[in-house]
Design a protein around this ligand. Structure first.
Ligand code: AMP
Length: 166
């Protein structure tokens, strides 16, 4: 590894199919540089109830008990993270799952680990909290280290009829 090369990459992974190229980029880059690769997935904190005033819904909508929901989300994320870790040959110590707001958790973990490059996709899942802003935009703005923002197609082509049902 040459002086000035990145030594510790932090890959922010949302487990979306569209983000495969982000994962591939990070994995290849880390191999090329001989750099450590840490995987981070953030489970967005789900409030027990949400006011949908901004969406034109005049009242409160009850969601399932949020601790059950978070536990379920955690179990699913653990399975996905383990599979990705196996696929990329990343040890368990470098497979992180946290709860919170993705952008701020990504910044915090990058600082704690001393990562010198965060790898993210230009856009991804727009879940409940995704409505309030873009993770990529926020990380690019606030991160203390370099950020590789992998450009993803905003409108991936629909599968052609002969690909369907394969
Ligand atoms: P977004 O700006 O939310 O559409 O997502 C852009 C990129 O941020 C994704 O391609 C991921 O790299 C990262 N990202 C988004 N959500 C999460 C999450 N919950 N955990 C980890 N990374 C995320």
């Amino acid at each position: 590894m040459k002086t000035g090369d990145y030594q510790h990459l932090l890959l922010a992974v949302d487990f979306e199919k569209e983000s495969d190229s982000v994962v591939t980029r990070a994995e290849r880059l880390s191999r090329l540089l001989g750099a450590r690769l840490t995987l981070l997935h953030v489970i967005e904190h789900v409030p027990a109830s949400m006011e949908y005033l901004t969406l034109g819904y005049p009242g409160e909508m009850a969601l399932p008990d949020n601790s059950d929901l978070e536990r379920e989300l955690m179990e699913v994320a653990q399975r996905q993270m383990e599979a990705l870790g196996d696929q990329l040959d990343v040890p368990a110590v470098d497979q992180l799952i946290k709860v919170g707001s993705p952008a701020s958790v990504i910044d915090k973990v990058a600082a704690e680990l001393g990562s010198d490059l965060v790898v993210i996709g230009s856009h991804g899942r727009h879940g409940l909290l995704g409505l309030f802003g873009s993770t990529a935009r926020s990380v690019l703005r606030h991160s203390n280290c370099d950020v590789l923002c992998v450009k993803l197609d905003e409108h991936p082509a629909a599968p052609s009829s002969d690909q369907e049902g394969e």
